[in-house]
Design a protein around this ligand. Structure first.
Ligand code: GDP
Length: 294
């Protein structure tokens, strides 16, 4: 939580400024609040909706000092996040496919989750379906060793869907509880990538009859509004189940996590708050919004 708090410090400082300015809730306060939410990557429509609701609440409950509204803002923002019906990393057996562009943090996240699963005594297998880049396979193997989890992959250039087939077959043979499959984040073109990933998802869903398959988009919070466009493209092609937002320890404006969850109607399963194996947290909407608002 401390890492998240320091990561979100830029957004929080901006919000703090309006809460401390004058202290009176007047027309300027509402304008500043809406602007600050937009600047924090939440998007205009969401910022307006939240500001309007809070303004109504302030009128109804006679809240006319800014500091009385701080927690109300955090609670109102938290309502915008979708909640998950199921935690694909806790409710096992479970097979999870990770998608997202290169550099988003897929491999690192798979490694962190594998480490966590092993720590909890769950059996786990990693599948390496990014057969496009040799370095991707090597990096995944480094994480597998670190986490103490076997990695199943094939040579560079092999069909990624066949890797998924192999890993599910092996998991069923072993009775593995948690299967984590990393996929490619870049091919020659973006439409090639979406087509390949759609095939990977379809084959895995068809082959994997013994456990639910969850498709998770890993997204780098520091990419701001670009992240939203990316998330839409993946969701249109793959019908995502949920999100993992990484790099919230850095210079991200946390509002992008809210904007994506809200616009795509997807839950956030975990957040990444650093590069090492323990730097992954379960997402709690209210804690997150309190860290955002201060
Ligand atoms: P992939 O291409 O999507 O598999 O991305 P990687 O897992 O290789 O991660 C890309 C870079 O982001 C690496 O340098 C990771 O250490 C870094 N990274 C991943 N997650 C986080 C995070 O939550 N916080 C920070 N600060 N860095 C991260």
């Amino acid at each position: 939580f401390d890492r998240l708090k320091s990561g979100l410090s830029r957004s929080r400082e901006a919000i703090n400024e309006i809460f401390y300015m004058g202290g009176e809730v007047d027309e300027d306060f509402w304008e500043d609040l809406e602007d600050t939410l937009v600047m924090g990557d939440m998007g205009g429509e969401l910022a307006m909706r939240v500001t309007d609701d809070l303004r109504e609440q302030a009128a109804r409950e006679n809240l006319n000092r800014a500091d009385q509204l701080r927690d109300a803002l955090a609670k109102r923002l938290a309502q915008e996040f979708r909640t998950a019906d199921r935690d694909p990393f806790e409710d096992v057996p479970s097979c999870v496919l990770f998608v997202g562009i290169n550099g988003a943090g897929k491999t690192t996240t798979v490694g962190k989750l594998a480490g966590r699963a092993r720590g909890e005594g769950k059996s786990c297998l990693i599948g390496g379906a990014d057969t496009f880049r040799a370095a991707a396979i090597e990096q995944l193997e480094v994480w597998g060793t670190r986490a103490g989890v076997d990695v199943i992959t094939r040579e560079r250039g092999a069909d990624p869907a066949s890797v998924c087939y192999d890993v599910v077959e092996e998991a069923e043979k072993r009775g593995t509880q948690l299967v984590l499959i990393d996929t490619a984040g870049r091919l020659h073109t973006s439409s090639d990538l979406m087509r390949e990933l759609a095939k990977v998802v379809n084959v895995t869903r068809k082959r994997c009859t013994s456990m639910p398959v969850t498709v998770v988009l890993v997204i780098d919070a520091t990419t701001g509004q670009n992240g939203l466009a990316q998330a839409k493209e993946f969701n249109d092609a793959l019908d995502l189940d949920g999100l993992i937002v990484t790099k919230l320890d850095g210079t991200a404006k946390g509002g992008i996590a809210l904007a994506i969850s809200d616009q795509l109607g997807l839950p956030i399963y975990r957040i990444g708050v650093g590069e090492s194996i323990d730097d992954l947290e379960t997402f709690d909407a209210l804690d997150f919004c309190r860290a955002l608002v201060g």
